[in-house]
Design a protein around this ligand. Structure first.
Ligand code: GLC
Length: 752
């Protein structure tokens, strides 16, 4: 090819490239709202209404005539649920839908690290995208007000500020994959007992200060494209069609432009659904939830009944068009986005994300020397049990059903078909190799349950469990081990950490307390590892020298726990909720309002939830909100503020240095609480308003700055129906947990 020809060839290629780029840009240049307007004009009444309700268990119609695709929803907050039959809850039996199971959201919250939330959202968003789901039914951010709530494991703890900080990066990073996060369950779904109808009575201040902030942050900072209405009622209206929650607060005050999707079966009335803010109806009990009624979905409240009202002029098209715009906006943001993502699924990268989050979420509750007398009597080392030193450990006994029980299945709608799940026992074996002998005994057992999501699954034969024999076998084995690692806690069985019902006791099930107590007597070098999504009573906590809360860690659970147990990872998790000594220490139980009278439940504790309550009542928790130890220690120094007073529009920054004074690299979560010393109304002794997780090498010192503004000083004023901060003296309390305050600094808020 001579040089002239080559130049022409290059020029023509360049021109072709430029043409297609321009064409693409021209197509992209149609603004979202204009696309919606142009599409809306082309839709028939039937097509509009069809967009607003399910056509199957987890999908709603598109507009085939115009090439507008269906919407496909998928549970759940911890991973992409396996494909479900068109009309039934059961698994469709696909062989290509085994996902990566990520840790439960309590574990994510326990990392106190928004970067982990970002990683989580991106990975689960990629999994959803690949599985062609454009709406992820999660995250859940309902506030933890009773340790008995069966779904606390799907949520982010008792504090609105922590939940708000952790939900925003999750939402944002799911959505950057072209998948809508559907933040749930809006609002006040804080128990499973009577969840389908219970009317929650809560004062306006508690609603805004405690129960709404995480949803508000998800919408206003995370830009959530979908919100799921809750099953319960508020102000005697179902949350799925609720004037106050949906029209007034969510859509008017918060300017939410996304879709409100009902919980499955959460819609109950056509007129209410039309006028009180519901945009998409799923899972209604008009046979859409039972098998194979041919036109079940046409019977939905927002289906034929709505069409009839429209045709008879009994309801306005303006309201209809607002709903349709929101659904079209969802579609154009996801399945018809200019930039079509493709996601990825079941990858080792996603498994690594899950492991990292599980490792960072594990909370070291206790790790003390063993009482010298006990150590002497047992002729054993008095050093802390953790991390296990393999150079001096020859026999490791692993005890407990939770060391082997699959925890990615069960628990209700968040149940997953995981590609794999490393159990704690397997993780320990992977880590220890031939360095020591690992022996396993069950110690306790839970009643077998049938496989969830499997059609016609058989109920397993009821068998008597001989707890005494299991316990005796474990205790005998414990006497001969160098270290005992007990794995217990809760599981995903009914009335444990499971949707649809609450726990019936604060105690550990299956006679675990008796077993733990006996194990500790038999061998003080026992570490107790809780696998759970809730606090439990720990009557043996004062005797145990090592206690870990390891949550539900998902696919890589066992490897994450082993990394912490053997010191490859230094634990850095902090509790996202208080561990009460006893159930009546919790407001919802001492004030007697939980679970309500079957019709109403009154949140008599108001804003005093969790540590806010404990500090008001001067009750010491077993383990405090924000508590979590490390294999190293941290010293806080030079805690100062850059101002002694701030005005309305000012910020104040607190500076300190944190030094890792031990021999392990580690991470510390510096927490900042605010106390209003001159408020005209009652306020909590302290409220979390800032935190930062810092990673420090052994011996390293870092400067830490925490900045707040007037927002952090405000309370919700019910007379003005708005937030307000009163001038006067405030105190900043900086510490390692809500109960471990290292410094207090006073400052003034002055009106301009
Ligand atoms: C369930 C849950 C909700 C879930 C939905 C679909 O009842 O309350 O969290 O996303 O139905 O499974």
């Amino acid at each position: 090819m001579n040089s002239h020809t080559f130049k022409f060839y290059k020029l023509s290629n360049l021109l072709i490239f430029m043409f297609f780029t321009f064409a693409l840009l021209a197509q992209k240049s149609v603004p979202l709202e204009q696309r919606i307007d142009e599409t809306l004009k082309q839709l028939t009444l039937d097509e509009k209404v069809a967009l607003l309700h399910a056509q199957s268990k987890f999908s709603s119609a598109g507009v085939p005539r115009l090439g507008i695709p269906e919407n496909w929803m998928s549970d759940g907050p911890h991973g992409i649920r396996n494909e479900v039959l068109w009309d039934e809850w059961y698994a469709a039996g696909w062989t290509n839908d085994s996902c990566i199971a990520f840790p439960a959201l309590t574990c994510l919250a326990a990392t106190w690290n928004p970067e982990m939330a970002a990683l989580y959202g991106n990975a689960i968003g990629q999994e959803a995208r690949y599985r062609n789901k454009n709406v992820l039914l999660g995250p859940g951010v309902n506030i933890y007000r009773t340790p008995l709530n069966g779904r606390n494991f799907e949520y982010m703890g008792e504090d609105p500020y922590l939940a708000a900080q952790m939900v925003v990066p999750y939402v944002w990073n799911v959505q950057k994959n072209g998948v809508a996060a559907c933040v749930k369950h809006y609002a006040l779904n804080n128990q499973e007992v009577d969840r389908g109808h219970i009317n929650v009575i809560v004062d306006e201040r508690a609603l805004h200060e405690i129960y709404l902030p995480a949803f508000k942050a998800a919408v206003q900072q995370g830009g959530a494209w979908a919100i799921m209405g809750a099953y319960n009622q508020y102000k005697n209206q179902h949350a799925c069609h609720n004037q106050y929650l949906l029209n007034d607060i969510l859509k008017r005050d918060w300017a939410f432009d996304g879709v409100v999707i009902s919980d499955w079966g959460g819609a109950h009335n056509t007129e209410q659904a039309i006028i009180n803010g519901l945009d998409m109806e799923f899972g209604s009990w008009t046979d859409g939830m039972r098998a194979n009624k041919s036109n079940a979905y046409d019977l939905y409240y927002l289906a034929n009944p709505y069409l009839e009202l429209l045709r008879n002029g009994k309801t306005d098209v303006k309201t209809l068009d607002d709903k349709v715009r929101r659904v079209l906006r969802l579609i154009f943001r996801t399945n018809m986005a200019d930039e079509r993502h493709f996601g990825s699924f079941g990858t080792s990268e996603h498994a690594a994300v899950g492991r990292k989050i599980a490792e960072e979420g594990i909370v070291l509750l206790k790790n003390t020397n063993i009482n010298a007398k006990i150590a002497k009597t047992n002729k054993t080392s008095a050093l802390p049990v953790l991390p296990v030193d393999l150079s001096s450990t020859k026999t490791i006994l692993v005890v407990g059903e939770n060391a082997v029980k699959r925890m990615t299945i069960g628990g209700g709608s968040s149940s997953l078909k995981a590609k794999y799940e490393i159990s704690p026992l397997q993780g320990i074996k992977n880590r220890v190799g031939n360095a020591a002998e690992v022996i396993y005994v069950k110690g306790y057992e839970s009643p077998a349950t049938k496989e969830p999501d499997v059609k016609n699954a058989k109920n397993p034969d009821k068998k008597n469990i001989d707890y005494a024999a299991l316990r005796a076998e474990a205790v005998a084995a414990a006497r001969n081990a160098d270290v005992v690692l007990f794995f217990g806690g809760l599981n995903k069985n009914e009335h444990q950490d499971c949707e649809g019902g609450d726990r019936e006791t604060y105690d550990l099930p299956y006679q675990q307390n008796e077993l733990i107590t006996e194990l500790l007597k038999a061998n003080p070098r026992t570490a107790v590892v809780m696998i759970s999504g809730n606090a439990v009573a720990m009557p043996w906590a004062k005797t145990a020298s090592a206690i870990l809360e390891a949550w539900y860690g998902g696919t890589e659970t066992g490897n994450a726990i082993a990394a912490v147990l053997f010191g490859d990872v230094n634990p850095s998790g902090k509790l996202p909720f208080s561990f009460y000594e006893k159930l009546t220490d919790a407001a919802a139980h001492s004030l007697g309002d939980y679970p309500g009278d079957g019709t109403n439940v009154e949140y008599k504790d108001g804003i005093f939830v969790g540590y806010r309550w404990l500090e008001k009542q001067k009750i010491a928790p077993a383990f405090a909100f924000g508590h979590g130890l490390s294999y190293t220690t941290f010293r806080y120094d030079k805690i100062t503020a850059d101002k002694t007073s701030i005005s309305e529009n000012d910020k104040i920054t607190f500076n300190l240095t944190v030094t890792n004074t031990g021999k392990f690299d580690g991470a510390e979560v510096v927490q900042l609480y605010i106390s209003d010393k001159q408020s005209s109304i009652e306020r909590p002794a302290k409220e979390l308003k800032a935190f930062k997780k810092v990673f420090l090498k052994a011996g390293e010192t870092q400067n830490v700055s925490l900045t707040i503004d007037k927002t952090a000083l405000s309370f919700y004023d019910v007379t003005r129906h708005d937030w307000t901060a009163e001038q006067g003296t405030f105190e900043a309390l900086i510490g390692s947990s809500s109960a471990d305050i290292r410094a207090k600094i006073s400052f003034e808020l002055k009106n301009n």
